[in-house]
Structure formats: C-alpha cells, structure tokens
Design a protein around this ligand. Structure first.
Ligand SMILES: [Zn+2]
Ligand SMILES: [Zn+2]
Ligand SMILES: [Zn+2]
Ligand SMILES: [Zn+2]
Length: 356
C-alpha cells in the first residue's frame, strides 16, 4: 500500500500548490483546495497505520473497492480520533481546532458566495484573513510533516521545503497590513514592549512580554496566538534572542534543534524562568499533562502556572489536581478520579479490571 500512500501525498501537494496559485484570482477555490490538502495529509498519515482506517466504516472496508477509489473516506475528526486511539499519534488540540476551522471555512465557501470575491476594501480584508489562516494552517501542517510525523513523510522532505518557500512568499502579501502597524509598534517598543518575528506570518509584530519568558504571545499582523518560550539561543555561537513555539522547533537563525529535554533543563536551572520549587517534599514540581499524556512533563512556574515542555500547553494553577487514586498531579482529571483515575493509572476501575 506504500504506492497508495505516495499517491495521496502527491495529491495533497497538488491541492496545496493549486491553493497558492488560485489565491489572488479565485480565493474561493484557494480555500477549498487548501483544506483538501490538509485532510489528505491527515489521511495519508492514517493510511500508514492501515488502509482500512481511511474508510468511513472500516468494518465494511473492501480492498478491491479501495484500490479503485470507490469508497467513502473518513472525515477529519474521525481520522484524528483513530490516529490518537490506534497510533497514539493524533493532532494536538490547537492543531485540530485550526484544521477544523479551515474545514468549516471550506464548507461555507462551497455553499455561499464569499466576501473575498470582488474588489474593494472588504474583499482585500477578507483576502488578508485567508492568507493569515493559511499561514497558520501551513505552520501546523509543516510542523507535523517535518516534526512529529517526520518518519512517515521523510521521502517528501524536498517537496515540503519547496512548498514552504511558496507559502512564505504568499504570506508576504500581508505586508500592507504590517506597514499600517509599524508606527504603533515603534511607539510600543519605545515604551519597553517587545516584538519578535511571528512564527506564522514572519513579520516583526509578534508581541511577547519578556525576552526570556514563557507565555501566550500574539501577532498584531496575522492574529496568530501561541504559547511560546523566548530565550537566548542555547547554541553559544548563536546566542541570539529567539522564540520557539513548539518543543521540537529549530532556532530560525542557526538551526539548532530544540527538544522537551532542553527546555526542561532550562526550567530546572532557572536560566529561563523562575521555577516553583516544592517546599513540601511530597509535592512534586512536575505534573502529568492530560493534553499530550506526557509523564511529569509540566513544570510549576513561579507565576503559579504549569507549562508542559512536550506540547507547550500552559495551565492555570487550578487546572492541575492530584488524582484521588494514585496521587499524581495532572491536568484534565476526570470528576470521579477515585473511580476512573487519571490517564496514567486508570483508578479503581483499572485496578479491579487488572485482577481479572
Ligand atoms: Zn503573524
Ligand atoms: Zn540559534
Ligand atoms: Zn503536554
Ligand atoms: Zn491516577
């Protein structure tokens, strides 16, 4: 089935290329094709697990029909659920939310005339919004293809970089919008506020609170918002002020590769942000993350927040609780944790189940 996988991936690249070509003249088709590309990449990843999983009803999967392309394929949410449950390799919540938003946008385009069509200020504004949405969608997609899903898409690395260049080129059309903000940004800079290059659109309008910091940052040009780590690059030869918005991101200036372990070490020795050391030895300073199911991957920061070095989730103080069954600190704890436990222990039910 590997030839099928390559077919699907090639098709996905084709749709992505189309989406870029059509943006100016036919924004409606650009939106439709962009989402088709995303869905195909997710399906391709699922196909790597088993071809029958890409069929809407796997119990009715028929190999001959599948090879003919005569089948109803799975939708985005269902595909993600299968990836998460079967391959433990699903989308992060923010990725699913972004892709699903693009799906809804696609549906609107299919059924209704769209504001982006035509001339005038309204259409120009709509076009900026589409460019911003696509830049963000591509950021998440590229991060998957060359990060967490790298092993599966490695053979297509060249094509991925080629499209990355084209997408970046497309995003430059937001310059108009950025230029309108430059005076405000200079004034804000003068008042001590900090702006860095936006991971999504590339413009220097991504506002961070501090230059060595962990928190939620937002771009004034494209609206992209993300929890980021700002720091001086750990590669001594570089050492520049940078930000990373994903645990496996590279320094954009020197290509130094980051990882949860690097960020964890920076937090532990407080060269990044003050860490809340436990006074009580029984209380751990690291909690489990229910978002990515990371084991003791969330650090307790001096601000009271918890930050997961695996998935870059930031939790408020009250979002982390101790499991009533096993005592470990975790986010996303179910209500009756004595009964159902946390995802690490399974609680009383898991305990009884194990005895059978
Ligand atoms: Zn931006
Ligand atoms: Zn660097
Ligand atoms: Zn996490
Ligand atoms: Zn537990």
């Amino acid at each position: 089935m590997s030839e099928r996988f390559d077919d699907v991936v090639r098709n996905a690249f084709d749709f992505l290329g189309r989406s870029i070509d059509e943006l100016e003249q036919h924004p409606k088709y650009s939106v439709i094709h962009f989402y088709s590309a995303i869905e195909l990449f997710v399906k391709a990843r699922l196909l790597k697990e088993h071809w029958a999983l890409t069929v809407a009803k796997p119990e009715q999967a028929d190999r001959t029909k599948f090879q003919r392309g005569d089948f109803q394929s799975v939708g985005l949410r269902e595909a993600n659920e299968r990836l998460a449950k079967i391959a433990a390799d699903g989308l992060l919540e923010e990725e699913l939310k972004c892709f699903d938003g693009l799906r809804q946008e696609r549906n609107q385009m299919v059924h209704f005339a769209h504001a982006s069509q035509g001339d005038g200020a309204v259409a120009a504004k709509e076009l900026d919004r589409i460019v911003s949405d696509h830049a963000k969608g591509w950021l998440y997609l590229r991060r998957l293809l060359s990060g967490r899903w790298k092993d599966h898409f490695d053979a297509h690395a060249e094509k991925i970089s080629e499209l990355d260049l084209r997408m970046r080129e497309q995003t430059k059309s937001l310059e108009r919008k950025f230029m309108l903000l430059t005076d405000d940004i200079s004034a804000a800079r003068g008042a001590g506020r900090h702006f860095m290059g936006c991971p999504s659109c590339g413009f220097e309008s991504f506002e961070v609170s501090e230059l060595v910091w962990i928190g939620l940052a937002k771009c004034l040009t494209c609206g992209y918002a993300s929890v980021v780590v700002t720091l001086n690059c750990v590669n001594e030869e570089c050492g520049k002020s940078i930000l990373i918005d994903d645990a496996y991101e590279c320094c954009r200036l020197c290509d130094h590769v980051y990882s949860p372990a690097v960020v964890e070490a920076l937090i532990e020795n407080e060269s990044l942000i003050e860490f809340q050391r436990p006074h009580d030895v029984d209380r751990s300073a690291w909690a489990n993350c229910g978002e990515c199911e990371g084991y003791e991957s969330a650090a307790h920061l001096k601000t009271g927040e918890w930050f997961c070095t695996e998935c870059f989730s930031l939790f408020d103080e009250d979002e982390i609780d101790a499991c009533e069954w096993c005592g470990s600190l975790t986010s996303a704890l179910p209500e009756e944790s004595m009964i159902s436990g946390c995802y690490q222990c399974g609680g009383y039910m898991g305990h009884v189940g194990d005895k059978d």
